[in-house]
Design a binder for this molecule. Sequence first.
Ligand SMILES: Nc1nc2c(ncn2[C@@H]2O[C@H](COP(=O)(O)OP(=O)(O)OP(=O)(O)O)[C@@H](O)[C@H]2O)c(=O)[nH]1
Ligand SMILES: [Mg+2]
Length: 225
Amino acid sequence: MQTVEGAIEASIAQSAIIEKQGQKRIFKIIVIGDSNVGKTCLTFRFCSGKFPDKTEATIGVDFREKVVKVENETLKLQLWDTAGQERFRKSMIPHYYRNVHAVVFVYDVTKTSSFDNLTHWISECNQHKLGEGIPRILVGNKCDDQRNAVVPTNTAQRFADNHNMPLFETSAKDDSESDHVEAIFMTLAHKLRSSRPMMPPTSNRNSLNMSRNNSQSDQNLRCCF
Ligand SMILES: Nc1nc2c(ncn2[C@@H]2O[C@H](COP(=O)(O)OP(=O)(O)OP(=O)(O)O)[C@@H](O)[C@H]2O)c(=O)[nH]1
Ligand SMILES: [Mg+2]
C-alpha cells in the first residue's frame, strides 16, 4: 500500500500542475455528523451517481472528488467524508478542519439523537475557528424511510434558521432523489465559486498520510493513520 505521505505529495504535485496551468480551483468540503447518518452514501451518490452496494463505518476519512462546471468555470470539489465514530476520527480532527472551504452537517431524519447531536458537531466546528464566510449547509438524510421519520421538518428548519444554514431533506438511497443530492452539492459549488480562491497552502497539506483506494473508483482516496 502506498504511504499516505507519498500520496499526498503526489496530490500536492498534481495540484501544483493544476494551479500552474490555471485550470481549476479546488474546494475542500467536509461532511460531518453522527455515525450511520449516511455521509458515505451521500458523497458516494454525488460523486458516482449511485447508492453504494454496501458501506462500512468510515475510518479516518475517505476522499471523493468531483469536477463540476459552474457558470463556465470548472471547479474541483474535494469531499472529505469523515468518520462519525469518535474512535475512528479522534486523531484526524485537526486535519478535517484545516483549510476547509465549506461544511456539510448531516443528520438522519429517522434518528432523533443524530439531530440532537448537531449542536456537538457545530460546536466542534466553531472550536476550529473556521472563517465567517465559510458556507455551511444542513442535510437531513434517509427521507425515503418516511414511516420511521421522527425529526419534523419544521423543527429542523428552525434549527437551520437559528444557525444561518439552509436545510435540505433528501435521500442518498432513493434513485429518484439523485438529482436532488446533486443539486444540494451544486448549490454549495455556486456559493464557493463566488468566494475566495481555493488552493490550500502546501505547508498545511504535508502531514497527512493518504493512499489511493482502488476498490471504489479512482476518484476516491482513503486516509490511513
Ligand atoms: N434508508 C436509507 N438508508 C440509508 C441512506 N443513506 C445511508 N443509508 C444506510 O445507513 C447506513 C449508514 O450509512 P453510511 O453512509 O455508511 O453512514 P456514515 O454516516 O458514513 O457512517 P460513519 O462512516 O460511521 O460515520 C448504511 O446501512 C446505509 O445503507 C438513505 O438515504 N436511506
Ligand atoms: Mg462513512
